[in-house]
Design a protein around this ligand. Structure first.
Ligand code: NDP
Length: 491
């Protein structure tokens, strides 16, 4: 039995400023992926519940005062939300670790503080924004206003539930929109608290609504079809993005999509391996590899392949896999039974495709109380064939593939040999090569000699099937605002 339990035994819906039960009385179970224990039950929003949430958000948008209050007042309330999150950070980190299976210390030190920053950053950023004026001589005054769009559906995945939801909620609220949020059904705990945190921060009822449920033919789909929803900000799988786009097309909703990834982490022979190895380990196995930005295929120049493999394998063997609540743990389980089956199916696929198993590939030895958990050792393959499925498909688990290459041209060809284009990583001491590779890898973010270093002003998003649009700084605000041009005759 896990030592930690949640105090949230029943996850309700938060609609128009209060917790309510599902009108259909439908509930589903929430499990701890480290033990399979049922830790809570959640209310599944019916169509009527989704309708109520969307109508509450619409009313709060149309009738104010959220949309019309001064930017300073609105942003101070959003900053207050950030403060409350930091005040409750231990509780939120415990819940996130329990729900997702991620190490508690990672949630506490990185994700929950980043969630607070997502809100305070956009509050501060919004206060700095203005419009433009276009001088037209003596006869006309021509200027712009950036106005909120309306009701936003914010739909998020299970890998970084609180961090990714606040990443959308920050700019959505700062720009004056109202929101209906739906977290993944596997991980509803932390996000379910966002409504009460908003209320405590003084944000009016109806501005932040949180519903729970599934995707197709459930809460997710109902939101994306609802006539009161104007825009959808979605993070999740590419195939879900396609489904949402189809449903949202009926009422021509504005969409922003952050989708899957299969980053190439390219290690050249002149790389500093003392830096490249530990960071590549993190990039491959952080959050059990369940990170859209994961460096899940490592392209290694053949001249250093043996040295890289030895050192990488050694570093992987030192990763402590265990109870997410334990401060020593570096890697927990994957999130659910369904996902465990998907991830471990790639062990068979790798075998069929003649990949060489270098490390892992089985359940780790763990204490008895974790024996039902969805654990897999950090797993490393070498695959010479860059067209193999483990080199091209998003596994989203603790499985990394090393792909040898000889020349820069070959590395680029392999790096771009995927439908995804979210990010890439380059390790080299050659400045010209770093720039050349950065220009030619078709992906939204390239990290050179580092990984996952974020500045919230910078654009974040994917090329190809990794997304539509960009989040971050003014890119987020462009999505969450309507630009209006006003032209006034002066005579
Ligand atoms: P899914 O696409 O399965 O689910 C994401 C969210 O969409 C969930 O809340 C889900 O609900 C909901 N949903 C599913 N179907 C529909 C539908 N038809 N209409 C409306 N909503 C729907 O993603 P996962 O949760 O499995 O997350 C993993 C994926 O997310 C990976 O592909 C990963 O790469 C991607 N991701 C991308 C990031 C980026 O920034 N590019 C960052 C993090 C993750 P439910 O879960 O209840 O079915």
């Amino acid at each position: 039995m896990s030592k930690i339990q949640t105090h949230i035994k029943e996850v309700k819906l938060f609609i128009n400023g209060e917790y309510v039960e599902s009108s259909s009385h439908s509930i589903f179970e929430v499990k701890n992926p480290a033990t399979q224990e049922i830790i809570a039950t959640a209310h599944e929003a019916s169509y009527e519940d989704v309708d109520r949430a969307c109508r509450a958000a619409r009313k709060a948008f149309e009738e104010g005062p959220w949309r019309t209050m001064s930017v300073a007042e609105r942003c101070s309330k959003i900053r207050r939300m950030a403060e409350i999150i930091l005040e409750r950070k231990e509780e939120l980190a415990r819940l996130e670790a329990l729900d997702v299976g991620k190490p508690y210390h990672v949630a506490l030190e990185r994700e929950i503080p980043r969630a607070a920053e997502n809100l305070s950053f956009f509050a501060n950023f919004m206060e700095q924004q203005g419009g433009e004026t276009y001088p037209m001589g003596e006869e006309f005054l021509n200027y712009t206003r950036y106005e909120p769009v309306g009701v936003a559906a914010l739909i998020t995945p299970w890998n970084l539930p609180f961090m990714l939801t606040t990443w959308k909620l920050g700019p959505c609220l700062a720009a004056g929109n109202t929101a209906v949020i739906k977290p993944a059904e596997t991980t509803p705990l932390t996000v379910s608290l966002l409504g009460e945190i908003a209320k405590e921060a003084g944000i009016p009822d109806g501005v932040v609504n949180v519903i729970q449920g599934f995707g197709p033919d459930s809460a997710g789909e109902y939101m994306t079809d609802h006539p009161d929803v104007d825009l959808i900000s979605f993070t999740g799988e590419t195939s879900t993005g396609k489904a949402i786009m189809k449903t949202g097309a009926n009422s021509l909703k504005r969409v922003a999509f952050e989708l899957g990834g299969k980053a190439a982490n390219i290690v050249f022979e002149d790389a500093n391996l003392d830096k490249a190895i530990p960071v590549s380990i993190q990039a491959a196995f952080m959050n059990s590899g369940q990170v859209c930005l994961a460096g899940s295929r490592i392209l290694v120049q053949r001249s250093i392949l043996d040295e890289f493999v030895e050192k990488f394998k050694q570093a992987a063997s030192e990763l402590k896999v265990g109870d997410p609540q334990d401060v020593e743990t570096k890697m927990g389980p994957v999130v659910s039974e369904e996902h465990y089956k998907k991830v471990t199916s790639y062990l068979e696929i790798a075998k069929e495709e003649n990949a060489t198993l270098v490390f892992g590939g089985k359940r780790p030895d763990l204490p008895d109380y974790l024996e039902e958990g969805y654990y897999l050792e950090p797993t490393i393959y070498i695959q010479e064939n860059p067209n193999a499925r483990i080199c091209r498909e998003e596994i989203f688990g603790p499985i990394v593939t090393l792909i040898p290459f000889d020349t820069e041209e070959e590395a680029l060809e392999i790096a771009n040999n995927t439908d995804y284009g979210l990010n890439g990583v380059v390790w080299t001491d050659n400045l010209q090569r770093a720039h050349r590779i950065s220009h030619h890898v078709r992906a939204g973010t390239i990290w050179v000699n580092c990984w996952f270093v974020r500045d919230l002003r910078a654009p974040f998003g994917g090329f190809k099937k990794s997304g539509i649009g960009r989040e971050g700084g003014h890119h987020s605000l462009e999505f969450f605002t309507e630009a209006k041009n006003i032209c006034i005759a002066l005579k």
